[in-house]
Structure formats: C-alpha cells, structure tokens
Design a protein around this ligand. Structure first.
Ligand SMILES: [Zn+2]
Length: 179
C-alpha cells in the first residue's frame, strides 16, 4: 500500500482543507482550536500539520510532528508545494473525493432517482453525475464553478513544474561538484 498522507489544516487554511478533500485527501480543519490541541491531534493521528503560524510550525517540529509552513496562501502554490513534498495527485478522481464540508468519502452516482428528490429539477436534467455525502447529506455536481476548479488545478500543476525546474538544476550542480 502506498503511503497516503493525511492532513490537519490550521484555522487560517480552511480553503486549503476544502481543496485537499476535493482531491480525496483526508484533511481535518477546525474554525477555532487551540495550538496545543492541533499539536495533539497531529501527533496522535499521525497527520501532517499545515500552518501559517511559524511559531506553531517550529513547535510541531520540536515534538517530531510532520509539518509544513505555508508562507504564501495562494491555492495554486500551496497545492503545488504539498504535491511535491507529500506526493499528492493534483487530479480530481470522481471515485475518490471527500466532502469539502465534512471530510467524508462521497458516494458517486449517475442515478437520477437517488438525487431527484433533493435537487432542483433543472439540475437533474442538466447534469448526469452527482456526489452524495452520506454524513451531511449534501449533494454535489460539476456546475458552472467546475470550470474554475479545473483551471485552478491546471495552474497548480504548472506551478509544480515551475518549482521542480528550479530545484533540479541546483541538485545537478551539487552532484556534479561532488564527483
Ligand atoms: Zn459532508
């Protein structure tokens, strides 16, 4: 089994938590939580702490907790960075996506009968694929906002390539100097 990272986002990174869930990665997020509790959960559940707080990041590292300090909170850059560091896929997988609201695995369905009672008729007529959250009961479909989501993921992939191209020449330099 490949290692699948699980995350814990601090109170300033709710938007990143939603993105990671969309991409299928188990990510906890609390609007209001103390630093010690974040550290406790990260340690006990072996989660990677994502934080914008340098002090918290340093404390996490001191306690042997894996943590990533997020300097620039732009979604594309953060996703690119997490993808490089923890090998997460920057692709939407319709069979493996979590509820952005509550972090529960969504159930994919093309059955109109399953959703027709709970979403508007126009939506049922217009879309063929739906995702149902068994926990909070929300229903999702790839509506007009989906184009933005796809564009942001594409930008994140480009950003990843840019970062990698900056890292590689440095590594080559080091190894050739070592010979
Ligand atoms: Zn949910």
């Amino acid at each position: 089994m490949p290692f699948i990272p699980r995350f814990l986002a601090d109170a300033m990174l709710g938007h990143i938590a939603r993105w990671l869930r969309l991409l299928g990665y188990d990510t906890l997020y609390y609007k209001s939580i103390s630093d010690w509790k974040l550290l406790k959960i990260a340690k006990e559940e072996d989660r990677i702490l994502l934080t914008r707080d340098l002090g918290l990041f340093r404390r996490a590292r001191k306690y042997g907790i894996r943590a990533l300090f997020i300097e620039d909170p732009s979604v594309e850059k953060v996703l690119a960075l997490i993808s490089i560091k923890y090998n997460i896929a920057l692709e939407f997988n319709k069979e493996n996506t979590l509820c952005p609201e509550c972090n529960t695995q969504l159930k994919y369905t093309t059955s109109i009968a399953e959703v027709s009672a709970r979403v508007d008729k126009e939506i049922v007529l217009k879309y063929k694929e739906f995702w149902i959250c068994p926990s909070c009961s929300k229903i999702y479909w790839q509506g007009t906002h989906w184009r933005t989501i796809s564009a942001i993921l594409e930008e994140a992939r480009q950003e990843k390539l840019k970062i990698l191209s900056r890292i590689k020449p440095l590594e080559r330099k080091v190894s050739s100097e070592g010979v």
